[in-house]
Design a protein around this ligand. Structure first.
Ligand code: UD1
Ligand code: CA
Length: 446
């Protein structure tokens, strides 16, 4: 059910110049997913009736990424955070609920923190403005929250405009606010740009509200939660925090990580209990791992499903569409793409298996390659249950090897192999008795 009393505005019109990127800042990924989508996921849990994203020049990028899930409003020119909220006025005409203002580059807020902020807004005295604040030793250039003796919020002073005394305040503005939708646009009308940046500061809404006798309040969050991402370096720090949390979550859920800090997860990785993951394993998007699986070191896995009891790696690469059955084995230097490896099958060494079905309990010898691509089309290789493919076999797709068949090592298979047959395509071995000894004698005499 949607919460008809809640609208969310996500500010994302800032230029994000410090990222030095053609990609919009809020679309840079954390755990393989754009930071904006992490935020939208959290917002979704509040079930707002309106979701508005304020963007600048690169509207299309954000629009393409969010589809029709959000309303997009363009702020042009970008005349400050206060102006960014002002431009949603027409969009929110007639809306009288609470308005939550978020930043697209502050993606890791918890839903509990946002709920608490909204609870303060609806709590004692129903303050017109509730600001999400945080205490920090390193106040950087954050706006400072000026509170009275009772802790009520009186004003926000931007770092650039603060006096030495105000700069000593450790209580900072995260930028996130909950506003009374009935009053906010009237208050915002009064913003002025007579400040150090020459912009319309959203933060001035506090002093304006106070001057009208309206209450303003602070709700607290941890610094880690409200830290914004403005540069690649801050993106890396956010990624590190995301990974640390994921590792902890999986260990809490019964997954063994031999060297947690060397394993990287995606936002959507699913791993069952009693899975063992060795060092230096990377999970791209779309991976599901069943119970009792072992993933050995240096494996790279994306878009793959690994069923109960299977073993993968070391040095395995599972690409999108790899479906590894229960108890199957994918060994070292094996790459699997868009293929089903059925229950108990083994691909133990140095193989490429692409666009294939490998039947249950089949054994694929070292160096076997499915030749799935002729430069134009991708074709299917089907290997029957219990088949045995000798080492260094090239299976030229489309091709089929029947159940229980054996292919001799070094074969190039281009035609169907019948069930239980032996197929060998290599040249027959010849032997000339004593030839080697005679050759050596002749060379020595020279
Ligand atoms: C702002 C706050 C500051 C707070 C800090 C927290 C103001 C005036 N200052 O400062 O008190 O401590 O955030 O990080 O609000 N944006 C727009 N349009 C604009 C300008 C900004 O959409 O015209 C968006 C940005 O994309 C960003 C957010 O607003 O998501 C904050 O902008 P930013 O320039 O980083 O704000 P600060 O000056 O750092
Ligand atoms: Ca910022």
């Amino acid at each position: 059910m949607s919460n008809t009393d809640l609208a969310v505005i996500i500010l994302a019109a800032g230029k994000g110049t410090r990222m030095k990127s053609a990609l919009h800042k809020v679309l840079h990924p954390l755990g393989g997913r754009p930071m904006l989508h992490h935020l939208l996921d959290t917002v979704e849990q509040l079930a707002p009736s309106r979701k508005i994203i304020v963007v600048g020049a690169d509207k299309e990028q954000v629009e393409n990424s969010t589809g029709n899930h959000c309303e997009i409003v363009v702020q042009d020119p970008q005349n400050g955070t206060g102006h960014a909220v002002q431009v949603t006025r027409d969009q929110l005409h007639g809306f009288s609920g609470d308005v939550l203002v978020l930043y697209g580059d502050v993606p890791m807020l918890s839903v509990a923190t946002l709920q608490k902020l909204l609870d303060v807004r609806q709590g004692t005295g129903q303050p017109a403005v509730v600001v999400l604040g945080f205490e920090t030793a390193d106040t950087k250039t954050y706006g400072r929250l000026v509170v009275d003796d009772n802790g009520a919020l009186m004003a926000i002073v931007e770092h650039k405009d603060a006096t030495t005394e105000q700069k000593a305040i450790r209580l900072c503005n995260s930028g996130i606010m909950a506003l009374d939708g009935n009053k906010m646009f009237q208050l915002l009308e009064q913003l002025e740009d007579n400040n150090a940046a020459g912009e319309l500061y959203l933060t001035d809404i506090v002093a304006i509200a106070r001057a009208k006798g309206l209450e303003c309040a602070v709700s607290l969050a941890s610094e880690a939660e409200v830290t914004g991402i403005n540069s690649r370096s801050e993106l890396a720090q956010a990624e590190a925090a995301f990974q640390t949390a994921k590792r902890q979550q999986f260990m809490n859920d019964g997954v063994t990580l031999l060297d947690p800090s060397s394993v990287y997860f995606s936002h959507d990785t699913v791993i069952a209990a009693d899975v063992l993951i060795e060092a230096n394993v990377i999970f791209g998007p779309g991976v599901t791992v069943g119970k009792d699986v072992t993933i050995k070191g240096f494996s790279h896995i994306e878009g793959a499903t690994i069923a109960k009891g299977a073993t993968v790696g070391p040095y395995a690469r599972l690409r999108p569409g790899a479906d590894v059955g229960a108890g199957a084995k994918i060994g070292n230097f094996v790459e699997v793409k868009k293929s089903t490896i059925e229950e108990g099958a083994k691909v133990s060494h140095l193989s490429y298996i692409g666009d294939a079905i490998v039947g249950a309990k089949a054994n694929i010898g070292a160096g076997t390659i499915t030749c799935n691509y002729d430069g134009f089309n991708k074709s299917l290789t089907e290997i029957g249950k219990g088949a045995f493919i000798g080492s260094n076999t090239a299976l030229v797709a489309p091709v089929k090897v029947g159940d229980g068949a054996i292919v001799g090592a070094g074969s190039v298979v281009t035609r169907e192999v019948s069930e239980d047959a032996l197929a060998v395509t290599r040249a027959q071995q010849k032997e000339i008795n004593g030839w080697a000894a005679a050759f050596r004698n002749k060379q020595k005499k020279k």
